[in-house]
Every structure is written in structure tokens, then in C-alpha cells.
Design a protein around this ligand. Structure first.
Ligand code: GRG
Length: 362
């Protein structure tokens, strides 16, 4: 699905649905946050820790009310299971990447934004950021199921199926996936989207979110991963690994960065550049994950460490060696940052995310 190629009919339908058929608020139900935060445009020394210390509580509080409207008594169990995994912690990298990508383009048009509250500054993009975290959490719940990785520890807590049973965990994941689309559509105020063709931009984002989860996204990457697990690890090539992780891991970071850019008013060609950046940091993310799996403890990771070796999985460390994997992560990060070379300090946020991804400890 390409930017701005939707028919007038589909765009009108979305506008109508957004404003009429859904008798629902387009304002996110969250507490007011008045903190202002560093702008990627006005500061040449962007500090990711400072940015995270201010945006992460905002993301957490928005997530914590994201399913509130569904909490009628009959839905108590499934909503609890969904919230259990959604609010179990996590680095929130995908929402943060989405917000930073939005800033990169939005700041070109509106340099006064650091004066705004977080709600105001991010009202066009926050529903998509929430949607991304719902999709990511769904993928973690499903990834941990007995029929997949069969893991009992995630984000430092027992996995969803351990607490709620496999049946409810499957449904909690499914429900998070469907809520993700509902949330982005329902709570994105179309007039606040930057650039022309605002409704088409939201449709484009929703289409891309869908594509990122399907057979040429998370699900396809996971199936290829499962197929490779059935082979001797020496039969799995670096190209196989690259395909798996471009779809299983990089796809969500790619749609996170692309969505932020689209809602921030980016042109089609700029969205493509940000996507290439995100594919590279997505692969670097997986290389770092493989390194951490064999160098960090379960306590540090919040998930079972050493699992890859335990199940004889083909990983970047196995194929390239530990030092080779470290060099590959650095190479991918350098190449990613190269994709942003035509931008100045407004891209410092995304550059900082790229560095963080390979230097993280969990
Ligand atoms: C059910 C349609 C459908 C799709 C899901 C299960 C699955 C298919 C895909 C698995 C995707 C997956 C879990 C990839 C691994 C990506 C990864 C390295 C996750 C860890 O992300 P972090 O470190 O985790 O950002 P936190 O907990 O910090 O959010």
C-alpha cells in the first residue's frame, strides 16, 4: 500500500467512520501530562535518557487506560490478561521510535512544539504508538506459547499463558491485535495529522500496521523461524536469518518509524529512507538480542537466557561468532545512521535509538 494512493471514497469512508459511525471519543482517555520535553529540533545535544525519562511515563499512563472502555464485567478476565502483558514493563522501543520519527518531520513545520504538553505534542501519533505496543505485546504472548518458544518468563514475570492458561493467552493476544487497529482509528484526531491528505495518511498507517503482522511480516517471519528450527543449524544460512529477522523483528520497527514519519507529514521518498534506516536497526536489534541471549542473565533480560544454545538455534552469534556478531551490529547501526545523513539534528533522536539498540543491557 503506497502513500496517498487511496481513492477519494476510502478516505471519505474513514472520515465518516472517525466522526460519525463510531460514537466514540477521538481524545485518548489518559491523565493530563504537562511535562515539556527536549525537542530534537532545538537541541544539538539530544539526550535519549532525558527523553525516555519524560516520555516513558506518558506512554505507560496512556497504555494503562487503553483498554479501559472495554472493562465491563463479562470482559474482566480477558481484559486482565491483556493488561497483564501490556503493562508488564518492556522498553517501549517501538512507540518511542514512532514518536521520534514523528518529531523528525513535524519539527520542520512547528518549532514551538517543546512548549506543548505531551498530549498536545503527540496527539496525532500517540494512538499509533499505543497500537504498536499492543501488536508487539501480542507477538510476545504468542511467541511464548507452548506451541512456539514455550517460555515461562517474559518481562521479568511469568508469561501470560502460565498465569491465565493457554486458551485465554491466545485470545488475549488476538484481542490485543484487534484492539490495536481499533485504537489507532478511534483515537487519532485526523485534523492534527501533518501534511496534506490527512485521512489518507491514517489509512496508509493502518494498512502498513496490518501488513507488518501478516504473512510478509511477523507471522511469516515466525513461520520461517519455526521451519529453520527443524533443520540442523549448519543448514541455516545468514540469508535465511536475515529474512527471518527482517520480518519477525525489523517489521515492527519499520512500521513504527514509517508511521511516525507519515503522520508527521513526511514525503513518500523520505518515508522510504526512514524505512531503510529502520530495517537496519531492526536487524541490529536482533543481532544484539542474540548476543544478550548468551552473555546476560535471565534476571537482567527478564526472559530465559541461554535459550538459543539450549535449543541449538541458528543465531547471529552461532553463524558469525561473538566478536563477528558485535561487528555486524555496529556495521548495521553505522549503515542505518548513514540513511539519515541528509538530516541534521532533527534526526538525532532516531540516531540515538540506533545506538541504544546495540548498547542496551536487556
Ligand atoms: C499471531 C499474526 C500473529 C503474529 C505473531 C509470534 C509471532 C507471530 C511472531 C514473533 C515475533 C517476535 C516475538 C519477535 C522477537 C522480537 C524481539 C527481539 C522481541 C523483544 O523485544 P524487546 O526487547 O522486548 O523490545 P520488550 O519486553 O522490552 O518490549
Amino acid at each position: 500500500m503506497k502513500l496517498f494512493t487511496f481513492s477519494l471514497l476510502s478516505s471519505s469512508l474513514l472520515l465518516v467512520a472517525n466522526s460519525f459511525f463510531l460514537p466514540l471519543p477521538t481524545k485518548i482517555p489518559t491523565t493530563t501530562t504537562t511535562t515539556s520535553l527536549p525537542s530534537t529540533a532545538s537541541s544539538s545535544t539530544f539526550s535519549l535518557p532525558t527523553y525516555l525519562s519524560q516520555t516513558t511515563p506518558f506512554i505507560e499512563s496512556t497504555l494503562s487506560t487503553s483498554l479501559e472502555y472495554q472493562s465491563i464485567p463479562q470482559t474482566k478476565k480477558i481484559t486482565q490478561a491483556m493488561y497483564y502483558s501490556l503493562l508488564a514493563g518492556g522498553k517501549r522501543i517501538r512507540p518511542v521510535a514512532c514518536l521520534l520519527s514523528y518529531d523528525m518531520f513535524k519539527t520542520k513545520q512547528d518549532r514551538k512544539q517543546e512548549e506543548d504538553s505531551l498530549e498536545e505534542r503527540y496527539k496525532a501519533v500517540m494512538p499509533t504508538a499505543v497500537s504498536l505496543e499492543m501488536i508487539h505485546t501480542m507477538s510476545l504472548i504468542h511467541d511464548d506459547l507452548p506451541s512456539m518458544d514455550d517460555d515461562d518468563l517474559r518481562r521479568g514475570k511469568p508469561t501470560c499463558h502460565v498465569v491465565y492458561g493457554e486458551d485465554v493467552a491466545i485470545l488475549a493476544g488476538d484481542s490485543l491485535l484487534s484492539s490495536a487497529f481499533e485504537y489507532a482509528i478511534k483515537y487519532t484526531p485526523i485534523p492534527s495529522i501533518s501534511g496534506e491528505n490527512k485521512a489518507e495518511r491514517l489509512l496508509d498507517v493502518v494498512g502498513r500496521l496490518g501488513a507488518s503482522v501478516g504473512n510478509i511480516g511477523l507471522a511469516g517471519g515466525q513461520v520461517m523461524d519455526l521451519e529453520c528450527e527443524g533443520k540442523p543449524s549448519e543448514e541455516v544460512t545468514i540469508e535465511d536469518l536475515r529474512w527471518i529477522h527482517l520480518h519477525k523483528t525489523a517489521a515492527l520497527l519499520k512500521v513504527a518509524c514509517a508511521s511516525g514519519a507519515i503522520l508527521g507529514g513526511a514525503s513518500e521518498s523520505d518515508v522510504a529512507k526512514v524505512e531503510t534506516f529502520a530495517e537496519k536497526i531492526g536487524l541490529a536489534f536482533q543481532v544484539a538480542d542474540d548476543i544478550l541471549d548468551c552473555t546476560a542473565s535471565s534476571e537482567e533480560l527478564g526472559k530465559t537466557a541461554g535459550k538459543d544454545e539450549m535449543v541449538d538455534k541458528a543465531t547471529y552469534v552461532r553463524l558469525l561468532g561473538l566478536e563477528g556478531a558485535k561487528a555486524e551490529a555496529q556495521r548495521l547501526t553505522d549503515e542505518a545512521k548513514e540513511c539519515l545523513s541528509e538530516w541534521g539534528e532533527e534526526a538525532d533522536g532516531l540516531r540515538a535509538i540506533a545506538d541504544f539498540i546495540i548498547s542496551r543491557s536487556n
